[in-house]
Design a protein around this ligand. Structure first.
Ligand code: UDP
Ligand code: MG
Length: 342
């Protein structure tokens, strides 16, 4: 006889949302940051936590956050032992986040926190990644916008992983996507590429990027060029192919030119001239060779760095509110490395 199985009503707990905020010398921003973020979080029908990653600030950011941690529940400070860069800081934040969904947010309020409810809604409708695409970028120079535009297109030309244009690190990821991302252990962390590599059902929301409220950008042009090179070489080996291709073209041109010189000497007699063209060709080829060696070197260097297997970051301390709304029994730390946990 079939007996109907009655499942007990499981009281579903509200999901937990983690905000991961990498910050480096953002002391002037911090009061404004909490002023704008906390009311948005309070509106949500979710539990929340904020994981602030202090990426080696020396302007008293950590001291200020300590004060906030003492007063406010649900805030965790992960202090790195020095400045490791935004990419490493985001990784640290994600490893210390315990939420069912994680949103990465800049501390400078350029990613408007008012977008959070919309992102959460999108996630709850069943997607794993909610990408925030910049419709406009206020307060950024035309040169920066233009170089970003060119860079994203170049990147997509070269790599097989499709990296959506005009999206930054501002995004929501489900626990599944975060775990997938954290399983990528490489040291050269070009996060936008890693995010894209993970894939998963994604939805794009457009927003207007605001200008920085206080402080100034941590990126100068050499830094951005470095990040761009990192992006290009982390995600494809096509620069190596370009070197081969350019070498082939140059060699063919050289062969044709050589043939032409021989033919000319036979037909018209040998007039020993052409010193300028010789110098031009030698320096052209020398340049191509050096560029190619540089490209190869970039990859060799990357392999060397990876082979050392160093941790991506080191934590000096992890501090959290004693009265935490997030103290859950099933707390999960995905392999976070602690030097000293407080
Ligand atoms: N940031 C960081 N480590 C760094 C540089 C930047 O954690 O070495 C943080 C910074 O505090 C900010 C975010 O990364 O919260 C974005 O940096 P920034 O505003 O300087 O970059 P931009 O918005 O100009 O691209
Ligand atoms: Mg910024």
């Amino acid at each position: 006889m079939n007996k109907r199985v009655e499942f007990p009503a499981v009281p579903f707990d509200k999901p937990l949302l983690s905000l991961v905020v990498p910050l480096f010398n953002e002391r002037p921003m911090l009061p404004l940051f909490f002023e704008r973020v906390l009311p948005v979080l309070a509106q949500l029908d979710l539990k929340w936590e904020i994981v602030l990653v202090d990426d080696g600030s020396d302007d008293g950011s950590a001291q200020y956050i300590r004060g906030v941690v003492d007063r406010t529940p649900g805030i965790r400070l992960v202090k790195l032992s020095r400045n490791f860069g935004k990419e490493a800081a985001m990784t640290a934040g994600m490893e210390h986040a315990t939420g069912d969904a994680v949103i990465v947010l800049d501390a400078d309020l350029q990613d408007p926190p008012e977008q959070i409810p919309g992102m959460v809604e999108c996630w709850q409708s069943g997607v794993d990644v909610v990408l925030m695409q910049r419709r406009s970028r206020a307060g950024e120079t035309a040169l920066k916008r233009w170089s970003a535009h060119i860079f994203y297109r170049l990147l997509n030309r070269t790599s097989r992983t499709n990296i959506p244009v005009d999206t930054g690190d501002f995004r929501l990821m489900s626990r599944k996507a975060v775990n997938a991302l954290l399983s990528l252990k490489e040291r050269n962390r070009y996060m936008k590429g890693l995010f894209a590599w993970v894939g998963m059902p994604t939805r794009i929301i457009q927003y207007d990027r605001e200008s920085r409220v206080a402080g100034e950008t941590k990126w100068d042009y050499p830094g951005l060029v470095g990040l761009a090179l990192e992006g290009l070489t982390s995600f494809s080996v096509s620069p190596l192919r370009w070197a081969t291709l350019i070498g082939l073209i140059a060699a063919t041109m050289g062969a044709v030119f050589g043939l032409w010189i021989v033919v000319k000497a036979i037909m018209l007699g040998d007039a020993t001239s052409g010193y300028p063209s010789l110098v031009a060709i030698i320096s052209f080829l020398g340049g191509i060779q050096l560029i190619s060696v540089g490209i190869v070197g970039e990859y060799v260097g990357k392999t060397y760095m990876e082979s050392k297997q160093r941790p991506i970051y080191l934590t000096e301390e992890v501090l959290e509110s004693r009265v935490s709304v997030t103290q859950q029994a099933n707390r999960k730390m995905t392999g976070a490395r602690h030097v000293k946990a407080v």
